[in-house]
Design a protein around this ligand. Structure first.
Ligand code: SF4
Length: 324
């Protein structure tokens, strides 16, 4: 079966059962995304709902999935209504929940339910996990090439890590491509003279952000959520892996990771990206409050290029850091 999903979740039991998993966000952001947003609006989705939700709706509507796995806790408050409208169009839906209280026993039960539903044992799941962890280990190395040597650019880092949510729908091909990329990247010259930035929050809807930052003399050497999608902690146990994964829980779990990485990567400042009409904008209050490096809050709405106002704000932010 081909199973689309709304955000990163434990894919190991599904792969162990021999099915294919596809991250709907990745199809949206690499497709004709403006038209996908407009299509959902034509179907009645309101203007003041996040573009990612509208994109996911249209992607699912157009594609041929056997099931959509909706992550109904730990991601997006709009997912419930998204799933109801998809079900109304005849799409079959499955559900997964990350416990908001970060309770390990509840998380373990959710993973067991997945295994029961797909008819696989824990040892089947762990076999796939070990295969994926071999790739994740290479992604940790790729991330190090970004922040330690600058041989992998912020955009390349973003793309490889964000695609680790579903490994492009084919983890064998993803690994072969990654091996080739790493071989080439290691031959490059070191580049670490620029301003060192972190990118926090959900992946940007802009398609030229990284290039623009580079052109202004800054390099992103930490992609917070994208790195989380690549499960960087390499925990031996499947429950631990998804318990240490920060994205589905409160902003406090994220803050602990962000603070450690700001220090480890010696960042000059961070861009805290927020999506228009996203409830996660509220988390930004605490991000600004508890980080002790300069923070630029950048808001994106529609897919496409950075608009003039955002470019100007980035430019002023970078000038301020340089001055400091
Ligand atoms: S950006 Fe926010 S509102 Fe949009 S899909 Fe993600 S969590 Fe939901």
């Amino acid at each position: 079966m081909k199973i689309g999903f709304t955000t990163s979740f434990p894919i190991e039991p599904i792969l162990a059962a021999g099915h294919q998993v596809i991250d709907l966000n990745n199809i949206f952001i690499t497709g004709k995304n403006t038209q996908l947003v407009q299509k959902a609006e034509k179907m009645g989705y309101p203007r003041n709902i996040c573009s990612w939700i509208k994109g996911i709706y249209s992607v699912t509507f157009d594609a041929d999935f056997d099931y959509v796995m909706g992550i109904i806790q730990g991601d997006c408050s709009n997912t419930h209504s998204l799933l109801v409208t998809l079900a109304d169009q005849g799409q079959k839906i499955l559900y997964f929940s990350f416990p908001f209280d970060h309770d390990k026993i509840k998380l373990a039960r959710e993973i067991e339910l997945l295994e029961e539903y797909f008819g696989v044992s824990r040892s089947d799941t762990m076999k796939v996990k070990r295969e994926l962890d071999r790739i994740r280990k290479k992604l940790v190395e790729l991330d190090e090439l970004t922040w330690q040597t600058g041989k992998v650019s912020g955009k390349e880092n973003h793309l490889w890590l964000v695609n680790a949510s579903d490994f492009g729908g084919d983890h064998h091909k993803y690994e072969t491509d990654l091996d080739e990329f790493m071989l080439e990247a290691k031959q490059r010259k070191r580049q670490n003279k620029k301003l060192r930035l972190g990118f926090l929050g959900v992946p940007p809807i802009f398609d030229d952000l990284y290039e623009y930052l580079e052109s202004e003399g800054a390099q992103v050497v930490y992609n917070e959520i994208q790195r989380q999608f690549a499960m960087p902690y390499l925990k031996d146990d499947i429950i631990d892996q998804y318990w240490y994964y920060t994205y589905p829980y409160s902003v406090n779990e994220r803050l602990a990771d962000i603070k450690a990485e700001i220090k480890r990567r010696n960042l000059d400042g961070v861009i805290s990206y927020t999506q228009s009409f996203c409830h996660r904008q509220i988390d930004n209050i605490l991000i600004r409050k508890y980080l002790d490096v300069p923070v630029l809050t950048l808001e994106g709405d529609q897919p496409g290029k950075l608009e003039a106002r955002s470019r100007l704000r980035i430019e002023s932010f970078l000038d301020m850091i340089k001055y400091k």
